[in-house]
Ligand binder design. Structure first.
Ligand code: ATP
Length: 292
């Protein structure tokens, strides 16, 4: 195989609780994550040596800082494969937007290189390797949806919800996840609501499950960035429910009852200069459409 093309999905957190800060500096979380149709495309091409990155968007790091570069370097070294890779990234997921774009691209690179070099690493081992690259990488190896704990490395498979229409809107700035965690003042928290939501999803009680949507990081983001708070308010007024900041933001998503409504709301936001799309949640991880 000389070239492989992969679909690298974004995620939204339907639930995100922070349970505390660990001695190693990471935060212990409990999260329910679903994947969305807003995807990047990653194209990997074999070369004799070295790793190159190409992306049209100048905001995507083009050197060793790119998570795809780090992922490729790690897998090529660990596997002892002789060769390199050209990586082309077609970016659609907002950068530093709380939708896990870089982490998803890293998971796609691991999955794709495994195919390109016929390495035969099982999905579980790639998931483990992914956790060395970043806390959000392992969840992108889930088959449908994920119940995530630890610092992100403990991923339980979760059955996906029936596809829901979303409006995904980004107020056009980047927020570093670390800065949001630095501002977080934690009350006494528990993962109980996360387990309740998971049980409701698993028993098919999806509407009841959605009443547990929550993001512990949201108040920090809304307070520090009034434009995100305004966007959330606007989506609520336009009929989305629930509306939440995804991860550490600033992307906001709202669940819509109907496709037409989602498309109308997204268009009205775009007309007023806000980057927004209407899309659905995914039932299957599109990464595995290549190679399995
Ligand atoms: P995080 O929670 O890590 O901040 P995020 O989902 O909010 O993730 P990403 O799009 O992953 O945001 O970008 C986080 C940072 O990672 C950006 O500052 C960007 O420079 C860097 N980065 C490295 N590789 C990539 C990539 N392939 N795509 C996007 N950003 C990348």
């Amino acid at each position: 195989m000389k070239q492989v093309t992969l679909t690298s999905p974004s995620k939204i957190n339907l639930f995100l609780e922070v349970l505390g800060r660990r001695d190693d500096g990471y935060h212990e979380i409990c999260s329910i994550v679903v994947l969305t149709e807003l995807c990047d495309t990653i194209i990997l091409e074999r070369r004799t040596s070295g790793i190159t990155i190409w992306a049209r968007d100048p905001k995507v790091p083009s050197g060793p800082d790119n998570l795809c570069h780090r992922a490729a370097d790690l897998l090529l070294r660990y596997s002892g494969a002789h060769g390199g890779v050209n990586i082309r990234i077609e970016k659609h997921i907002p950068i530093a937007g709380g939708m896990g774009g870089g982490s998803s691209n890293a998971a796609a690179t691991l999955w794709g290189l495994n195919l390109l070099y016929d390495l035969g690493w099982p999905r579980e081992e790639l998931t483990c390797l992914g956790s060395e690259l970043g806390s959000d990488v392992p969840l992108f190896f889930c088959r449908e949806a994920a119940f995530v704990r630890g610092r992100g490395e403990r991923v339980d498979e979760l059955a996906a919800l029936a596809p829901r229409w979303l409006v995904i809107a980004n107020p056009g700035m980047e927020i570093s996840t670390a800065s949001v965690y630095r501002r977080l003042r934690l009350p006494l928290t528990s993962e109980k609501a996360g387990f309740t939501m998971r049980n409701l999803v698993e028993s098919g009680q999806e509407e009841a499950a959605l009443s547990y949507c929550f993001n512990r990081l949201e108040d920090v983001v809304l307070e520090a960035y009034p434009s995100v708070a305004n966007l959330k308010q606007r989506l609520l007024l336009l009929g989305a429910s629930p509306v939440l900041v995804s991860g550490s933001g600033p992307t906001v998503f709202g669940i819509m009852r109907e496709a037409e409504m989602a498309k109308r709301v997204a268009s009205s936001l775009v007309e007023s200069g806000i980057a927004a799309v209407a899309c659905r949640t995914l039932e299957k991880n599109p990464l595995f459409a290549t190679g399995e």
